[in-house]
Design a protein around this ligand. Structure first.
Ligand code: KIV
Ligand code: ZN
Length: 507
C-alpha cells in the first residue's frame, strides 16, 4: 500500500536511508550491505524503499537493480534529475521491482534557480512536467520532489505542484531541503497546497539542521501530508533527515493526539538501527530517542523504584515495542550449525548454506575466546565477514608506555605471504604502518570507530575504518575479542573493497 492508496488515517513511510542517508559522510555502503539493509526495511514493513540514484554510477545502478529484484513487499524508488538519461536509467534499474517508483526532482526556490540551475521559472516548470510525463510512461508510480520547496515562492510552488499532479505524479514531495523551516510554517505550506491543489497526495521530507525534522514531519501530517520520508537513525546530509524511528513512534505513542498510523512493525526498529550502525560504524548518541543505548535506561533510584512498581510511571513505551528487549544469551561452544542457523532466522537473517558454514566456523573460533555469546555477537559475526584476498595470518606488537611501540605483521595477499615490521607512536599505529609496508601501499586512515559489541571485559571489539586509497574512500569492518586484530582485519577489508572496486568487481 502506498501513499496514493492508503486509508485516510494511514501515513505511508518512505525510507531513504539507502539514498539520502547514504549521502552523509561515512555512511556509504557496498551492494551486499545495501541489500541486507533493504531486506530489514522490508521486514520492518516500510511502504517505499528509495534504493539509490541509479544514474550516479554503474555500482549504484547495480545496487538499485539488485534491490528491485529481491524486494517484493515495498515500492522501490530510484532518484532522478529531470534529465531523460536519468529517468531511463532509473526505469531500467527498477524494472524487476514489484512496484517500481521513479522519483524525479528539480529545485523550485529562486536561490536554487539563480545560483545552481541558472534557469527561469517557466523553464523549471516545463522540465518538471516533461520529466513526470516521461517517468509515468515508464513506471506505474511516479513521485515528484520540488527541491528546496520550503524556501520557494508559494505561488510558483503551487503552480509546479498543480502541473506535475496534472501530468500524472502520484505523490508530490515538498522537501525542507536545508532544514530551515519551523513546524507552523512547514505545516501551513501543506494546508495551503491541500486546499489549492485538490486530490494531490503530498509527502514531507525534512532535514534536521535546526533539530526540527521530526516536528516538521508531524506538522506536515497534521496539515495533510500522507507520506513521510525518513531514514534509520536519522542519518543523512549534514545534520541528517527525519529519524524514521522517532516519527513512527511519535505517531504510535500519541495516536490519540494525531489519529494516524503507519504499517511499520515497530518491533523491528532496534534491529534496523543496529544493522545500519554496524555496517557504517556510526552509532547513535547514547541518549538518542528510541534507539540510543540509554533510551530505556533508568539511572536515578527514584525512577528505577517507580518503574519496578509500575512501568507507566516513567516509561511512555516499552523497550519490547521497539525490539529493544533483553539481549539473549544465545549459544555455547558446543552449539552446531543448525542452532546457529535457527537463531539467525529468529533474528530475521537468512543466509546461503555456504555462508552458514562460514559463520559457523567463525562462531567456533569466537567460542574458544569468549565464554558467553550473545545475539549481538552473532550479528557481528555476520556483519564482519573477513576479507579473503588480503588475510591477516598473524601479528605481534611490543608496546608499553615507556617503550617505542613495534609491530610485525604477516599477511596473505592473493595466496602470497608477505611480512613487515614497523614502529609507531602507539601499538595500532605501528601495526597499521607494518601492514602498509607489507601491502606495498600508501593508505590514509580517514576515520576509525570502535565499540564493544556486548558487555564484559571479554567482549568483542567491532572496528569500522574508512581508508583513502588513491582517489577512492572505502569502508572496512571486522570484529574480534582482540582490538588490534579487529583493527587490522577492518583495514584489510577496506583494502579488499578498494581492490574489488578498482577491478570493477561489485563488492
Ligand atoms: O532534500 C531534498 O530536497 C532531497 C530531494 C532530492 C528529495 O533529498
Ligand atoms: Zn533530502
Amino acid at each position: 500500500m502506498t501513499a496514493g492508496t492508503s486509508p485516510a488515517t494511514r501515513i505511508a513511510v518512505f525510507d531513504t536511508t539507502l539514498r539520502d542517508g547514504e549521502q552523509s559522510p561515512g555512511c556509504s555502503m557496498n551492494r551486499v550491505e545495501k541489500i541486507r539493509l533493504a531486506h530489514q526495511l522490508q521486514r520492518m514493513n516500510v511502504d517505499v524503499i528509495e534504493a539509490g540514484f541509479p544514474v550516479a554510477s554503474p555500482g549504484e545502478w547495480e545496487s538499485v537493480h539488485a534491490i528491485a529484484s529481491e524486494i517484493r513487499n515495498c515500492s522501490i524508488a530510484g532518484l532522478c534529475r529531470t534529465r531523460e538519461a536519468d529517468i531511463t536509467a532509473a526505469a531500467k534499474a527498477l524494472a524487476p521491482a514489484a512496484r517500481p517508483r521513479i522519483h524525479v526532482f528539480i529545485a523550485t526556490s529562486d536561490i536554487h534557480l539563480e545560483h545552481k540551475l541558472r534557469m527561469s521559472r517557466p523553464e523549471v516548470l516545463r522540465q518538471a512536467v516533461e520529466a513526470v510525463r516521461l517517468a509515468k510512461s515508464l513506471a506505474p508510480e511516479v513521485e515528484f520532489s520540488a527541491e528546496d520547496a520550503s524556501r520557494s515562492d508559494y505561488g510558483f510552488l503551487r503552480e509546479v505542484v498543480a502541473a506535475v499532479h496534472g501530468a500524472g505524479a502520484d505523490v508530490v514531495n515538498i522537501p525542507d531541503t536545508v532544514g530551515y523551516a519551523v513546524p507552523e510554517e512547514y505545516g501551513a505550506i501543506f494546508a495551503a497546497l491541500v486546499k489549492d491543489v485538490p486530490g494531490v497526495v503530498l509527502s514531507a521530507h525534512c532535514h534536521n539542521d535546526l533539530g526540527l525534522a521530526v516536528a516538521n514531519s508531524l506538522a506536515a501530517v497534521r496539515n495533510g501530508a500522507r507520506q513521510v520520508e525518513a531514514t534509520i537513525n536519522g542519518v543523512g546530509e549534514r545534520a541528517g533527515n527525519t529519524a524514521l524511528e522517532e516519527f513512527v513512534m511519535a505517531l504510535k505513542v500519541r495516536s490519540g493526539n494525531y489519529g494516524f498510523s503507519t504499517r511499520v512493525k515497530t518491533e523491528e526498529i532496534t534491529h534496523a538501527s543496529h544493522m545500519l550502525a554496524s555496517i557504517t560504524g556510526i552509532w547513535p548518541q547514547p541518549n538518542k530517542a528510541i534507539v540510543g543505548r540509554n533510551a530505556f535506561a533508568h539511572e536515578a533510584g527514584i525512577h528505577q523504584h517507580g518503574v519496578i512498581k509500575n512501568p507507566l510511571t516513567y516509561e511512555i513505551m516499552t523497550p519490547e515495542s521497539v525490539g529493544a528487549g533483553e539481549s539473549l544469551l544465545v549459544l555455547g561452544k558446543h552449539s552446531g550449525k543448525h542452532a546457529i542457523e535457527s537463531r539467525l532466522e529468529a533474528l530475521g537473517i537468512e543466509l546461503e548454506p555456504e555462508e552458514i558454514e562460514q559463520v559457523t566456523a567463525r562462531f567456533k573460533e569466537l567460542a574458544d575466546r569468549k565464554k558467553f555469546i550473545y545475539d549481538e555477537d552473532l550479528l557481528a559475526l555476520v556483519a564482519n565477514a573477513p576479507e579473503r584476498r588480503a588475510r591477516l595470518i598473524r601479528y605481534q606488537v611490543v608496546s608499553g608506555n615507556a617503550l617505542l611501540p613495534t609491530a610485525s605483521v604477516e599477511l596473505e595477499i592473493d595466496g602470497e605471504t608477505r611480512s613487515a615490521s614497523a614502529v609507531g607512536n602507539g601499538p595500532l599505529d605501528a601495526a597499521l604502518r607494518a601492514t602498509d609496508t607489507a601491502l606495498g601501499l600508501e593508505l590514509e586512515l580517514v576515520d576509525y570507530h570502535t565499540r564493544a559489541v556486548t558487555v564484559g571485559k571479554d567482549a568483542q571489539a567491532e572496528v569500522v575504518v574508512r581508508v583513502r586509497y588513491g582517489e577512492m574512500e572505502v569502508t572496512g569492518h571486522a570484529a574480534s575479542t582482540d582490538s588490534i586484530e579487529a583493527a587490522l582485519k577492518a583495514y584489510l577489508s577496506a583494502v579488499g573493497s578498494a581492490r574489488a572496486r578498482s577491478e570493477g568487481v561489485a563488492a
